[in-house]
Write a protein that binds this ligand. Structure first.
Ligand code: AMP
Length: 396
């Protein structure tokens, strides 16, 4: 399979699907430029080869209608500053006008197309719309991991019009490599730390991951379903009674597969789901009625530390406590610190999926782990073992 480095973009127009779905403030300033910076390397490669870049993305959820507030024109200035080139803007992403500006692009120039999702055809994966997009470029680069799990026109369908002339950008390639490191090629022992609120939202990941890891830490709100299933008292902690048989099945499967499961032994319990609640540390299976476990306890963190420090490959998905409240963020911060230490000792650590990235950013761990995934849903689906359509369209 060809990578972006196998292409020379001299005098070529690269149609690049980027993820510029960035947050804007009330004055339409970009408040977090991470995604634009993440796309920079691929764009620069095209320009340095002597090609031109046509950038396409969605912004927000305009649901197939023009919406001034969601125009990508608002971010043109920021993209220009980050790329270091004055970026041109096309007020439409398909049709004669877009084709004309694209055709007129000179080597070294960059064009940003208007929000793809102003057209319903984008999310429907409409073939005709994808074909119109394909007319704009000679080579297709997909560098948008955040939408790689969607079979949309610009992320998947368009690739069929670029036979032999399509590849992943650097960002998407890095994401794929990071997932492979954890799921296939990682140095042992491989550890997955799964936290978050509910077993039900993580079940497919747990089932898939049991074949890949040596150790599995289960933390956060999921803990209590496992503890109650084994006969423990969880008080008022979040618990999915209907998932208790599943929890027992997971424990059985783990044993059969030789995966060591690590579950909290003590918790910081609170008498209310509130930052100002009264708290006490109690055994995880003896939480009194009226109390709920909202963070990992000290013995638990000692146990988790030992596993994290001896692991060589670490995946972290989901906080081990209600990290949004500072009374219950200590466990999640401790996990981040242990992963930091393990990474410094040579482990490969990947954080991704759902809310995990928010927690990691909030506590400043993003530069301490080996890789922070840029795609919440796409990473979750990868961890569930699904082949993402955006990736399959390039490989196939
Ligand atoms: P997820 O999106 O599944 O990774 O879940 C993240 C959410 O889980 C965060 O909003 C946390 O506040 C929540 N969470 C973590 N631990 C607990 C807990 N013990 N009780 C309730 N919610 C929790």
């Amino acid at each position: 399979m060809k990578t972006i480095n196998d292409f020379n973009f001299e005098n070529k127009k690269a149609l690049i699907r980027v993820d510029f779905n960035v947050p804007l403030d009330a004055d339409f300033n970009v408040t977090d430029t991470t995604r634009i910076e993440a796309a920079k390397a691929s764009i620069i490669k095209v320009l340095e080869d002597g090609g031109s870049a046509i950038l396409m993305s969605h912004l927000g959820r305009p649901k197939g209608e023009k919406n001034k507030d969601l125009s990508l024109g608002h971010i043109c200035k920021t993209v220009s500053e980050i790329i270091g080139v004055q970026v041109k803007f096309s007020e439409t992403c398909v049709g004669d006008a877009a084709e004309k500006v694209a055709a007129d692009l000179k080597p070294g120039e960059v064009l940003l197309l208007e929000n793809l999702r102003f057209h319903n055809e984008e999310t429907k994966g409409d073939k005709n719309f994808a074909e119109q997009l394909s007319k704009l470029g000679d080579v297709y680069i997909n560098d948008a991991f955040g939408t790689a799990h969607r079979a949309h026109a610009s992320t998947t369908v368009v690739a069929q019009f670029f036979e032999g002339n399509k590849c992943f950008g650097y960002l998407l390639a890095k994401e794929i490599e990071a997932i492979e490191k954890v799921m296939q090629t990682g140095e042992k022992p491989v550890l997955a730390i799964l936290g978050g609120a509910k077993v039900s939202s993580k079940i497919t990941i747990i089932e898939n991951i049991l074949d890949k890891v040596d150790h599995l830490i289960i933390g956060g709100g999921m803990t209590y379903t496992f503890i109650k299933a084994q006969g423990g008292q969880v008080g008022d902690s979040i618990c999915e009674d209907d998932k208790m048989p599943l929890a027992m099945e997971i424990l059985k499967q783990a044993e059969a597969k030789g995966v060591q499961i690590h579950i909290p032994v003590d918790v910081l319990a609170a008498d209310d789901f509130s930052n100002n609640a009264n708290t006490q540390v109690v055994d995880v299976d003896k939480i009194p009625d009226g109390w709920q476990g909202l963070d990992a306890g000290p013995k638990t963190l000692e146990n988790f530390k030992e596993v994290i420090l001896k692991s060589k490959t670490i995946l972290w998905n989901g906080p081990v406590g209600v990290f949004e409240m500072d009374s219950f963020d200590k466990g999640t911060i401790a996990i981040g610190n242990f992963i930091d230490e393990s990474t410094k000792n040579g482990a490969f650590s990947l954080v991704g999926g759902g809310d995990s990235v928010a927690a990691v950013k909030q506590f400043g761990f993003e530069n301490k782990v080996s890789y922070v995934s840029t795609g919440g849903g796409a990473m979750l689906e990868s961890l569930e073992g699904k082949t993402l359509p955006g990736i399959a369209a390039i490989i196939g």
